[in-house]
Write a new protein. Sequence first.
Length: 327
Amino acid sequence: MRVDKVKTKKGKRILDDRAPKTVENDKTALFIKGSKTNQTVTDAMMDIYVLKKPLVQQLKRHNPFHLFDDETPIEKFGEKYDASLFLFGSSSKKRPSSLVFGRTHDGQILDMVELSIVKFTPARDFETPKVMLGTKPCIVLEGPEFESDSTMKRIGNLLVDFFKGPTLDMVRLQGLEELISFTAKENMIYMRVYSTTSIQATVYILRVILLKSATNVPRIELLEMGPSIDFKVDRTKLASDSLFKAACKKPKALMVRSLLLHQNWRDFLRRLEFSPPYMCLSETFLLKMCILQAKRRKNMSEDVFGNQLARVHVGKQNTDAIQTRYL
């Protein structure tokens, strides 16, 4: 998409926000309707829209796109709305009630899969109370197909990327209120959404007080709250292994940041008497320094209790000259 010279500060801020960053923003999903959609597709997209809020942008008009024939329109829309995920719903005589999940990388289509709706139960048919808006879900992939089949494995990765929600550094166990389950079986994917209820009765409170090992693991019950969708895998268009590997590559600055956040590297930099913030130094220098320290720590490990373990390689010893007469 051609961009003219920026004339306002607001336009400059928008372009700066779209520019590549070391730590990217949370992925936004774009919801698009095809030229024709039946009630099943509309209700399914609305329920998924509620699950994705607030990281979602919905287009009201119908768009006659044929994504597996021409990818240009969806790439332009993704660049216009700064959305790297998309959901396209359509219905035709040949392919009724179909949803296309996809993602882009660097302005181009990376992965795209078409799932046909076989059975659908909307969320309004479940009497279970709904969770709060913007809740971070727990995603479960069930079935050996997600591990053995390469195509299904990539589809599972796409679904996790689509439904994972905002990126967080830490999650409270009591904050896990929503669970999305995907079960793969014989070219079918069964999607179920549950709300979690923590059981905190008197017995549980006593167990928390007496048993320290059980304080961080509450008892959980699952209540299905919808939607419930049975998908059939139809058409797929997946990126090659080399392109997918390039899309997953992390920038060097992010690698340095992850190393510096580790306790061992912080202790190492503290011993070298570096004053914080450490990122004021050259990132290339810090990366080389961390790699050098990793080489020095060869054959060293740490057990689950935090104890340092090391392996020492001793060369061949000459025991023939040892005086053993008076031993």
